[in-house]
Design a protein around this ligand. Sequence first.
Ligand code: BTN
Length: 276
Amino acid sequence: MIRKLIELEETDSTNDEAMRRAESGTPHGTVVKAERQNAGKGRRGRNWQSPGGVNLYFSLYLKPSFGPDRASMLSLLMAMAVAGAIEEVCGNHDVSQSKEAARLPERGDAAREVLDIQIKWPNDVVVNRRKVCGILTELKVQGNVSHVVIGVGVNVNMSEVPAEIAGHATSLLCEYHREISREVLLTHIMRHFKEMYRIFEKNTDLAFIRKEYNQYLAGMGEEVRVLDPQGEYTGISHGITADGNLLIQKISDNPEPEMIKVYAGEVSVRGIGGYV
Ligand code: BTN
C-alpha cells in the first residue's frame, strides 16, 4: 500500500504536506509521517497537539477511482485498521494457541492486561474509554480527479496527556504500561488498511466490514445521546449502515419506532455517562 514514505522531522500538518505533495504529483499510496507537527489539525477546526518523539502523526494520500461521495467512509476503514493494529501490537488477540504464548508474561502482569479497544463513531479509536487516536480525512476535487488525504494521529508513548484533554484522552503507554514501537504500529495499521481497501475499492461501501465495525462500536445496542445542532435526543444505537451512517432508534413517546440515520459531520454521539 505504501508506494512512497516521506519522513519529516517537523511540518505544519502532515495532512497539508500530503495535499501539497499530491498537487505536485506524488503517487497514490504516499505516506507522509512527521516526528512533530507545529499546526496539527483536528476535526471541526480544532487543533491536534503534536509533541515530538512520542506519538504517531501520518497522512496517507490516495487518488481513488471511486467518486468523492465515498471518501468519508475511508475514515471508518482507517479507524478499523488502527483498532486492529492496536489489538495486535498490544496482544489482545488470542495467542493461547500460538508459539508466541510461551513468551508472554503471566496474566496479571499489568502490561498484558486486556485493553478495551473501541471505536467511537465515526472514527475515534478509544482505549479503556478514552481517545487514543483521531482521524481527519480531507478531500480536494480537481475536475474528475479526487485527492484524498487520511490523517491519523495516535497517542503512543506520551507518558502524560495534556491537562486540557486528559478527561477524555489517553495514550497507549498510559493504558498498556509499555512503550510501543511507532514503526511497528504504523506497519500494522497500513497492512490492515491495505487489506480492507482492496475490497472497498471494488464494493465502495462498508457492508463487508459492518459486522466487525459494530463489534468495535462504543455504545452498540445501548442508549446514547445524539448531539445534533438541530436538537439533541436520546436513542438506542443500532450500529452503522453500509454507508457508514449511524442508525439510532429514537426514544420518544411515539408508539411507532422511529429509526434515524445519523450522518457524521456536525453531529456527535455520546454515551449516557460521558465521552464514550
Ligand atoms: C480529530 O480531531 O480527532 C482528528 C485528529 C487528526 C490528527 C492527525 S495527526 C496527523 C494528521 N495531520 C493533521 O494535521 N491532522 C491529522
